[in-house]
Design a protein around this ligand. Structure first.
Ligand code: COA
Length: 160
């Protein structure tokens, strides 16, 4: 039985690596609910509203994708939306330890929630939102690594 999946992240900002994972999610699940975490601990460059708007613009052409902002526990968000599966991307071995910890704590908090992992395409394996922001702030070209709307938003952000 196919079902919906929650794809959570800070998305500060959304990259082509995230987009690749959303597309992979859609090939297996009925619906992908993108859950944009407020995550004040990470001191995001883009506000929660800006991140949600950017994600919405980027996935505008997708049929079975919803975009939500959330704060608090991810498993509570899953419960509220009636979703039992969390999707996370695994880019490299370095991601594994943290992802293992996160999936196990989530399962401990809420035994009904399972995490599944997918590998993004190799061409996006080295991308993270942090590295995109660093290159962009220093005047480097990130087109090709982020959707056009994000490249534009980054340019604006670092000009002001
Ligand atoms: N392509 C490109 N980059 C990717 C990626 C992909 N497929 N998958 C992950 N990344 C990047 C992200 O952009 C991020 O980069 P950055 O650190 O340079 O910004 C990094 O990998 C992963 O960051 P991390 O903080 O691990 O995850 P996240 O920002 O994607 O989201 C939450 C973490 C929001 C899912 C998690 O903190 C959470 O669930 N918070 C809610 C509170 C909670 O329930 N806590 C208990 C469980 S931990």
């Amino acid at each position: 039985m196919r079902q919906a999946v929650v794809y959570p992240g800070t998305f500060d900002p959304i990259t082509k690596g995230h987009l690749d994972l959303i597309e992979r999610g859609l090939s297996v699940f009925d619906k992908v609910l993108i859950a944009v975490a407020e995550n004040p601990k990470k001191k995001p460059l883009f506000s929660i509203d800006e991140r949600v708007k950017l994600v919405k613009k980027v996935v505008d052409s997708f049929d079975k994708v919803e975009v939500w902002a959330f704060s608090g526990l991810l498993t509570d968000f899953c419960d509220q939306r009636g979703v039992q599966v969390i999707l996370r991307g695994l880019r490299a071995i370095s991601d594994f330890e943290y992802e293992l910890q996160m999936s196990q704590i989530n399962r401990t908090i809420n035994e009904n929630v399972e995490t599944v992992f997918m590998m993004p395409s190799e061409e996006y394996n080295f991308i993270s939102s942090g590295i995109i922001k660093e290159v962009s702030e220093l005047g480097g070209d990130v087109t090709g690594l982020v959707p056009a709307q994000v490249a534009e938003a980054l340019k604006k952000k670092f000009k002001s």
